[in-house]
Write a protein that binds this ligand. Structure first.
Ligand SMILES: [Zn+2]
Length: 81
């Protein structure tokens, strides 16, 4: 029975939804075209290993939001002092 573990089509990793097989890179890593769930709906080819271990969980929007909210927390803390 063929394993479907390597078939990530339709899988969701963080904000990425895998939409198509994009082959493999020169190292033999499987690549998947994925679409981010943010309003930009960014599409990018992402390595399977990065999706699986969470190193890539969005097009970068999640990271931008985290630093923005960290700034908000800093301001709140300053006002509290
Ligand atoms: Zn995004």
């Amino acid at each position: 029975m063929p394993s479907r573990l390597d078939d990530l089509n339709g899988a969701v990793f963080g904000r990425w939804t895998v939409i198509a097989n994009a082959g493999a890179n020169h190292n033999g890593n499987r690549l998947w075209r994925s679409r981010c769930s943010c309003h930009a709906a960014t599409e990018r080819v992402v390595r399977a290993s990065k999706l699986r271990d969470g190193r890539s969980a969005s097009c970068g929007c999640a990271r931008a939001e985290r630093s923005a909210s960290a700034g908000t927390i800093d301001c709140t803390e300053l006002r509290a002092l």
